[in-house]
Design a protein around this ligand. Sequence first.
Ligand code: CO
Length: 630
Amino acid sequence: MDNHGILEMTKMNYDTNRPNAKNPIKIQDVSLRDGHQSIFATRGRTEDMIPVAKMLDEVGFYSLEAWGGATFDVMHRFLNEDPWERIRTLKKHITKTPLSMLLRGQNLVGYRNYADDVVEAFVQRACDNGIDIFRIFDALNDFRNFETAVKIVKKNGKHFQGTICYSLTEPRMGGETYNIDYYLEKAKQLEKMGADSICIKDMAGLIAPYDAYNLIVALKKQTDIPLHLHTHFTSGMADLTLLKAIEAGVDIIDTCMSPYAYRTSHPAVEPLVISLLGTNRDSGFDINKLAEISKKMEEVIPKYKHLLDDTKNAIIDINVILHQTPGGMLSNLVNQLRQMDALDKLNDVFEALPKVRKELGQVPLVTPTSQIVGTQTVNNVLFDEDESYTNITEQVKDLCFGLYGKTTLPIDEAVQKKALQNYPRGEKPISVRPGDTLKAEMPQVHADFKDLAKDMDDEVLCALYPVTGKRFLKWKYGLAEVPADVKPKTMTEVEATNELVQKALSGKLTDKTDAPDKPANAQAFDVFVDGEYFKVEVADSVSRQKSGKKKKAKKAEVVSGNDIVAPIPGMIVEFKKKVGDEVKVGETIVVLEAMKMFNNLDAKVDGVIKEIKFDTGDSVAKGDVIVEIG
Ligand code: CO
């Protein structure tokens, strides 16, 4: 391609038997992973994918992305589905098109760095179960975090797609850090590692059309490895960006089928196919086949419609353009502030964010670094008065220690020193590959779960998610009752619910006389019905009884300042102490997971643990007394 980005019109024959284009664009469909992850909170169920799996296989996609990211977490946590089973099921229906997954380097599909033996076991099982292409990324673009995963991918003869997370500090590519040289240098490193293709992964929809054009042109001059562009529609630029990247010669792009496209998801494939028809980059796809798939997909959409954020008329988020931060991170910040009754601080958070990010090493903002920087910024805005960084999250301490890898710029020395005060791994940060510092984990997992885990897939699940993994295996093997809220809903149930909602909206449901007392730990959900916002609090009868007891217990006593109280809503991951233990000020008593971050709750006084009021795995509301210290 030479002609300054204008595509050649090669033929005027537009029928489905049209001859192949000179350099057809290759397209990966991501509806079954990133599509529903982006707009339906990853809640897509396997049963709703099966009807279209075979149809998708017939289109001629380069690959189908169907696993990884949040799917593994959400499936076993919220859907009562075995994540491994999904690959095997889809593989039965998809026999021609390679299946791909997204892998967070040494974080796999979790939120921390796992030891090498966990990485090896996970990637091996992903290969065995049917993943063909591994898109591997690291939130810090520290490719040492790929090494172990790549070794196993290569050993199995699978495709290693090396990924560069796209990040910005300015409205457009450039500035001191994330400029074109940064990306060219990263691509060189991936080539050296033996990447079979290179992906520019723009999870926030930040990449502007001409930046994509210039970047692809520059990369094409530097390397012959196929280039793959992944961008999100969030800011509204993605269709333009894909077109410019195609003109620049990008080899592969990511799109969704139209029912899963746009908003924070990806451009739809259908308009792109028509736009390129008859050019030298014609995909060759049959538009009628695509239409049939979209129609089929629409049949299950009512099951997920309630998950769609429809509060605004605009389907783009210009905040992304204004703040250069991922949409998911923004909604996390808003949720976090809302839960702490501090939504009025949102602008302060936006203002503080660039400073905190710079102090923490100007890291790219990707899962999990986006949450790490976001949560710490919220903490600073809410808790700092005379001093800064008064409430440092465990993840920030780990980042300062070097446990996530090398940050783009050095971390602010004063912040680092403060974060590593009394840090259990040591006060001096490491500079080696983080995986080198972690001891093998699988033997302990094997011992801990030997009564529950029946095979390697079960064990790996528990290695990644000890609390929710264990809970899932109990459901899977009939050792615990499956709660109603994780069970699939039929279309009839969905229709009945919608009818109820309609009645409620029109004021026809007014009888509230037999409503039970609201339990203390009712879970709050944000529900959007036809653009209207409802805060719905849900409690099942079991938790109602349990929390009723707890509520009474709470009423009978005065909450003392010594007690450990949940500062934010979350799930209890671990108790570091038991009843009767003596504790000292500053000792960690409880680990609470909130917004996917672990928060250590420390003793505020010396004393003895009098009572522990919850179990691990329990959800707690803000203000719940978790542990009494006397
Ligand atoms: Co994405």
